[in-house]
Design a protein around this ligand. Structure first.
Ligand code: AMP
Ligand code: MG
Length: 491
């Protein structure tokens, strides 16, 4: 065996009382093999480049062989799904294998998704299909590349085990790495089952593990909630700024660390359409793109209710009321850097609103617009104007925008050059995003046994701000079959 066996694994979650989980051994799939291995993340976690070839490591991570440092368990949680409380949730197909301390001292959960039945599987089969596993692998790594807080993907395995959905599909496994798998729904479970000691223990452990600096605070639970509210507001601001729709913002899919969690029917916007619904089963548009900020607050209120035995009502209300200003602070900071504006001026609101109106009226591609705006120094204004049907209106807005940019000054009080502004903008406005049609092409190839497109996309999207001119076509508009694809929840 290579020396990965001596990495600093721990099993701290398994040391909590039994009410928090059920110990479950994974049910192996047939003939698995790695079809993606995230070498940079693997190295961060302490694995060497040889470990990807280790049969023992594959057996341990895929659940085919037990490994002494792992203690697989299914976490118990509950949650509000589409606004309705469901007490019967929990890891129905994923298992926490162990925790691992990375090279920087941060602890990551290693979670195996698709590992078989658990007591929380309800009507499900405990499995994950290749299609949805590829989507999570690619999107979580794309989000990491964009600098948006997210769970990560260490590797993906495909098997010969058939899984039955609308059709027969290949069963797959995702090894997910995340700094926490604790969801809002973990707290809701203990609250609604009246297990107040466990509720408090969960909060104590969360503080010990994720916010140790709060342990001496006069009101540590309120301080913890404040961190959750702020990091959630920041995550939502980053989603809205990049044009990401999650699709299933149930409280069991909300990480207490404000990291993007549980990738299902997500989508990046193509055209700027604020009411875009990416989840095929979301008939009411509860999780439409423009509803996300509001839903996150709704979810935080559900969490506040679950924390009410630990935090005084006044504090909960005060902290919840900070959400909107935190969101707008994070969002405007992000939009200002997308537009290359350092200073915040009173009239900027008009410029922003004019821009959103123009994008929406002209059905302009959101990502391509900001990228074109970031390349004005090299390519001029015309490529931006060409993105609009109403070119006159686009040219007028652009003139206002350039005039506004000319008010910016550098550290010495000199006018900031367009080159410098655009250079900075190209670091926040991605050229490449995981459009659903790109994922779809990679999936179709993978289902024929060719994973080259998955590997290619993973690499491309790890550097979404780089020009990568040889891959220009990946930044093109989607073909008509691939526009505004709504994705089913079936996974
Ligand atoms: P999700 O919609 O993926 O967030 O899952 C909601 C709940 O259903 C969680 O408790 C999952 O563990 C469970 N679940 C989803 N798919 C399956 C499946 N195929 N087998 C068992 N449980 C599942
Ligand atoms: Mg979920």
């Amino acid at each position: 065996m290579s020396n990965w066996t001596t990495l600093p694994f721990s099993t701290r979650f398994s040391e909590l009382p039994n009410d928090f989980y059920t110990l479950v051994s994974p049910t192996p799939l047939e003939n698995t093999h790695w079809v993606a291995w995230n070498q940079p993340l693997a190295e961060q976690l302490g694995f060497t480049s040889d470990d990807a070839q280790s049969a023992e490591l594959k057996a341990a991570l895929s659940g085919e062989a037990s490994f002494s440092a792992f203690k697989p368990l299914a976490m118990k949680y509950a949650g509000h799904q589409f606004g309705v409380y469901n007490p019967d949730l929990g890891d129905g197909r994923g298992l926490l294998l162990a925790e691992l301390t990375d090279r920087y001292g941060d602890v990551y959960d290693l979670h195996l998704k698709g590992a078989g039945l658990t007591p929380y599987s309800r009507m499900g089969d405990g499995r994950a299909v290749l299609r949805s596993t590829i989507r999570e692998y690619l999107c979580s790594e794309a989000m990491a590349g964009l600098g948006i807080p997210t769970t990560r993907a260490l590797g993906m395995l495909v098997s010969e085990t058939p899984v039955y959905r609308e059709r027969i599909e290949p069963g797959a496994l995702l090894v997910r790495a995340a700094q926490s798998h604790i969801r809002f729904g973990h707290f809701e479970h203990f609250f609604y089952t009246n297990q107040m000691e466990n509720l408090q223990l969960l909060a104590d452990k969360a503080i010990e593990w994720y916010w140790p600096h709060l342990s001496g605070d006069e009101k540590p639970y309120a301080a913890m909630f404040e961190c959750i509210v702020d990091s959630t507001a920041r995550m939502i601001a980053l989603w809205q700024a990049v044009g990401f729709a999650h699709g299933v913002m149930n409280t069991d899919n909300m990480s207490i660390l404000g990291q993007t969690f549980d990738y299902g029917p997500f989508a990046f916007l193509d055209d700027y359409e604020t009411g875009f619904i990416c989840n095929h089963s979301d008939y009411q548009g509860r999780y439409a793109f423009d509803q996300q900020p509001r839903v996150a607050l709704w979810n935080l209120s559900a969490l506040a209710h679950a924390l009410s035995p630990l935090i005084e009502r006044d504090d909960l209300e005060r902290i919840l009321s900070q959400y909107e200003s935190a969101l707008s602070r994070h969002f405007s900071a992000q939009m200002r850097s997308k537009l290359g504006l350092i200073r915040s001026l009173h009239e900027d609101g008009k410029l922003f609103n004019g821009m959103f109106e123009l994008l929406s009226q002209n059905h302009t591609d959101y990502t391509r617009f900001f990228r074109a705006l970031s390349c004005i120094d090299q390519a001029g204004r015309q490529p931006v104007i060409d993105l609009f049907i109403d070119r006159q209106a686009a040219a007028s807005w652009l003139a206002l925008y350039i005039a506004r940019c000319e008010l910016e000054r550098d550290g010495e009080g000199q006018p900031l050059s367009a080159e410098l502004r655009c250079q900075a903008m190209r670091k926040v406005n991605p050229k490449y995003i995981l459009r659903n049609y790109l994922a779809q092409i990679a999936i179709q190839k993978a289902e024929q046994g060719d994973f080259s497109e998955v590997a290619h996309l993973a690499l491309l999207l790890s550097a979404p701000f780089d020009e990568q001119p040889q891959h220009d076509s990946y930044a093109n508009l989607p073909p008509s079959w691939g526009k505004k694809m709504a994705i089913s929840c079936s996974s």
